[in-house]
Write a protein that binds this ligand. Structure first.
Ligand SMILES: [Zn+2]
Length: 326
C-alpha cells in the first residue's frame, strides 16, 4: 500500500448531505477519506456498497455509509465518544480491508459476517421507531465530528477490527485469525465484565453434541459413549481463549469451535454433566481490536474517542488522508 500523506485532523466541515433525515456535514475536496478516490476509481467518489438484502450494488457517499454502519453496529445510546470511536473504526475498516471478498464488484457489503453491518434509514425507522430522530442525531453527530478521520498505522489506514465485548483484555489477531498486525495485539479492557452478554451458557444433549460434530466433521467419529472422553479443550492461547478443541479425530481452533456450536466467543469452558454438554462462555465476538462495551465504559469515564482508539489499536494515530500518493 502506498504511503499516505496525512493531514492531522483540521478538517473544515463544509458541504452537507442528508442522511437518515438529518443533515451531516462532510469535509470538502482533499480532506475526503482516501477510500473514496482510491477504492472506487470513480470521479464521483464514495463507496460501492453491495446491499445483501436487496441483492444489488448501491453507490453512496462515504460518510453516509459510515452513518448506516455505526447505526447498525453500536447501540445509539452509547456515550458519544464511543460512537465517535466507532465511526472512525467503521470508516477506517471500510478503507483498509480492500474490496468485499464475497462481492468483488463492491467495496463493501452489508453482511457483518463478511464486511460490516449497514442499516438504511428505512431499516432504522423500523428498528428505532419513536426514537429515530434522537438516535439519528446522536449517530450523525459522531460521524460529523470525526468526518474524514481514519486510524493510521505508519501512515496507512489500519485494519480496525472491533467486537462486542472482551474478557478483561482483547485477543491478539494472530491467535484468532492467524495473521498479525502490530496494532492488533492483546490490550487491557477491564470494563467488559459488566456487559449484558458477558457470561453466557449453551447446553447440548450428548446426542445433539455428537450429531453436530459428526455432521460437520465426519472424521471426528464421536459417539455418545466416547464423547465425554474424546471432547476437550487441549490448548489455550496466552490470552485465555481456546486454541485447540479436540473432538475425537479432529482438532478445531477457537474460531471454528465457536462457529460450530454457535458460541458468543472462543473463550469457553466445556464440561459434561450427566447427559448434557455445557459451554460456559465469556465475552462476545472475536475479541480482536476495539471492544465496543469497553469503549462505552471508557467514554463514560471521560476518555476521548482518540484515547479510546489509540488504546485499542496501540501505536496508531488518528488523521485524515490528503492524498494517496498512488
Ligand atoms: Zn463483504
Amino acid at each position: 500500500m502506498a504511503r499516505l500523506k496525512i493531514i492531522l485532523t483540521s478538517a473544515v466541515l463544509a458541504s452537507a448531505i442528508l442522511i437518515g433525515g438529518v443533515f451531516l456535514s462532510v469535509p470538502k475536496g482533499k480532506t475526503e477519506p482516501v477510500g473514496a478516490a482510491r477504492r472506487t476509481e470513480s470521479p464521483e467518489g464514495g463507496l460501492v456498497v453491495f446491499d445483501v438484502s436487496a441483492g444489488r450494488c448501491v453507490r453512496m457517499e462515504t460518510e453516509e455509509y459510515v452513518f448506516g454502519c455505526v447505526a447498525a453496529e453500536m447501540p445509539a445510546l452509547f456515550a458519544l465518544e464511543a460512537l465517535k470511536a466507532q465511526a472512525v473504526a467503521c470508516r477506517t475498516y471500510a478503507v483498509a480491508k480492500g474490496r468485499c471478498p464475497s462481492h468483488p464488484e463492491a467495496d463493501v457489503c452489508t453482511d457483518s459476517q463478511c464486511c460490516q453491518c449497514y442499516a438504511s434509514a428505512e431499516e432504522l425507522r423500523r428498528k428505532w421507531g419513536g426514537g429515530f430522530e434522537e438516535y439519528s442525531a446522536r449517530i450523525a453527530e459522531a460521524v460529523r465530528a470525526t468526518a474524514g478521520e481514519l486510524v493510521l498505522y505508519d501512515g496507512n489506514p489500519a485494519l480496525t477490527l472491533y467486537h462486542s465485548n472482551s474478557v478483561g483484555f482483547t485477543a491478539d489477531c494472530v491467535t484468532v485469525f492467524g495473521s498479525s498486525e502490530p496494532y492488533l495485539i492483546s490490550v487491557d479492557s477491564p470494563s467488559d465484565a459488566g456487559a449484558e452478554h458477558y457470561a453466557t451458557q449453551k447446553s447440548f444433549s450428548l446426542s445433539s453434541f455428537v450429531d453436530t460434530v459428526n455432521a460437520a466433521y465426519p472424521a471426528a467419529g464421536l459417539t455418545t459413549r466416547s464423547v465425554k472422553r474424546e471432547a476437550f479443550v487441549a490448548e489455550r492461547s496466552a490470552d485465555g481463549r481456546v486454541k485447540k478443541l479436540v473432538l475425537g479425530g479432529v482438532n478445531l481452533d477457537g474460531a471454528h469451535a465457536r462457529s460450530l456450536f454457535g458460541l458468543r466467543s472462543a473463550d469457553f469452558v466445556l464440561t459434561f454433566s450427566g447427559e448434557v454438554a455445557v459451554f460456559d462462555v465469556k465475552g462476545s465476538g472475536h475479541g480482536v481490536g476495539m471492544s465496543q462495551v469497553g469503549a462505552n465504559v471508557l467514554a463514560k469515564q471521560g476518555w476521548s474517542y482518540r484515547e479510546i482508539l489509540t488504546h485499542y489499536y496501540p501505536g496508531t494515530c488518528i488523521g485524515t488522508t490528503a492524498e494517496t500518493g498512488v
